[in-house]
Design a binder for this molecule. Structure first.
Ligand SMILES: NC(=O)C1=CN([C@@H]2O[C@H](COP(=O)(O)OP(=O)(O)OC[C@H]3O[C@@H](n4cnc5c(N)ncnc54)[C@H](OP(=O)(O)O)[C@@H]3O)[C@@H](O)[C@H]2O)C=CC1
Ligand SMILES: O=CC(=O)O
Length: 328
């Protein structure tokens, strides 16, 4: 019997790729940059399965170009690059990689929070560029974490893992927003479920972890930054479109908030001449939160398992549209 035909939209770690190439007739996109939408449409034409990345738009046009498609396996936990209702209407299960990247992503949230609070980006640049003249009693003063209050926006897997680190490690009090209360966070962290306005008014640090959906797109704009304390450190490791970036740049420039740490922007990559890079109180990483060897291997394995289940007509181990999982 012929092997299922699949397109893998970028080279992923061998831990997953070898599982795919052993079981499928696989074409792997060899370039560093993603295929254009036109090329992607052409590549999936005869495919049973697709491995997509968060840079690949899986929309109605792409699905229409792939009449045989049985599964989309996203190499990410976030699936905002995929038109889920359209995939579901076609009875195509969509897989993602939850859990295995939680700890690595929480580590980067804490790293950015610390780097922004302690002015690490700015002071390291100053040192490298000759502005370190002496030990300065008033130089590069940042803010403490111990005993302060943390606001988690989106107390899911990564929000909880981030809150655990900062509560247990730095004794921070935790407030959070989520669509539903999280009893395990309330119990373990004595966390308080509050509305966004209460959180913005009371906390010293805001860390964003909600998925990108119609309720979170643009949720941080001028009004929200104005409601925060002037000493707030704002961290976003979720998705760039949660934030109105001109409003953020303005808040950082005018001292409406103290600093920001971003792993995600809109667009990605953020052009090198973007105003946010010019602000000393903004630390920007190039979407690296899941970028550890072990995490990317685990994501690749999970992504391959989802793909293989889909092309073989079995339910996906991790599926974001369970109503069509295993329906073929
Ligand atoms: N920078 C990076 O490399 C990475 C980024 N991510 C991003 O992090 C996101 C979260 O991942 P993960 O923790 O695994 O996902 P989860 O689904 O576990 O958590 C998402 C949480 O967001 C909450 N949420 C949704 N809408 C709102 C809203 N309007 N207000 C407040 N909370 C809301 C949900 O609440 P409820 O449960 O109540 O519905 C849920 O708890 C991903 O979707 C992705 O965008 C993930 C990994 C790496
Ligand atoms: O941004 C990364 C993800 O896995 O989602």
């Amino acid at each position: 019997m012929a092997k299922p035909r699949v397109f893998v939209a970028r080279r992923i770690p061998d831990a997953g790729l070898n599982l795919i190439t052993a079981a499928c007739d696989a074409e792997v996109w060899p370039e560093q940059l993603p295929p254009s939408p036109e090329v992607l449409r052409q590549k999936v034409r005869d495919c049973d399965g697709l491995v997509s990345l968060l840079t690949d738009k899986v929309d109605t046009e792409l699905l229409a170009a792939a009449p045989k498609l049985k599964v989309v396996s996203n190499f990410a936990v976030g699936v905002n690059n995929i038109d889920l209702p359209a995939a579901t209407a076609r009875k195509i299960p969509v897989g993602n990689t939850p859990g295995v990247l939680t700890e690595a992503t929480a580590d980067i949230a804490v790293t950015l929070l610390l780097a922004a609070a302690r002015r690490l980006g700015e002071s390291a640049t100053d040192a490298k560029e000759g502005r370190w003249k002496t030990w300065e009693p008033l130089g590069w003063l940042g803010c403490d974490l111990v005993g302060r209050t943390l606001g988690i926006v989106g107390m899911g897997r990564i929000g909880f893992a981030t809150a655990k680190r900062l509560h247990h490690g730095w004794g921070m009090k935790v407030l959070y927003t989520a669509r539903n209360p999280k009893p395990e966070a309330d119990a373990e962290l004595k966390a308080r479920h509050v509305d966004l306005d209460t959180l913005l008014a009371e906390v010293d640090f805001v860390s964003v972890h909600a998925d990108l959906n119609p309720t979170t797109k643009g949720m941080f704009g001028e009004k929200e930054f104005a409601k925060m304390k002037r000493t707030v450190v704002f961290v976003n490791t979720a998705r760039g479109p949660h934030v109105n970036q001109s409003a953020l740049a303005n808040a950082l420039r005018t001292g409406t908030i103290f600093a920001a740490g971003l792993d995600v922007t809109d667009p990605e990559p953020l052009p090198p001449d973007h105003e946010l890079y010019a602000l000393p109180n903004c630390v920007i990483a190039p979407h690296i939160a899941s970028a550890t060897v072990d995490t990317r291997n685990a994501m690749a394995t999970m992504c391959a398992q989802n793909l293989l289940a889909g092309v073989q007509g079995r339910p996906l181990p991790n599926c974001v549209n369970p109503e069509v999982n295993g329906s073929r």
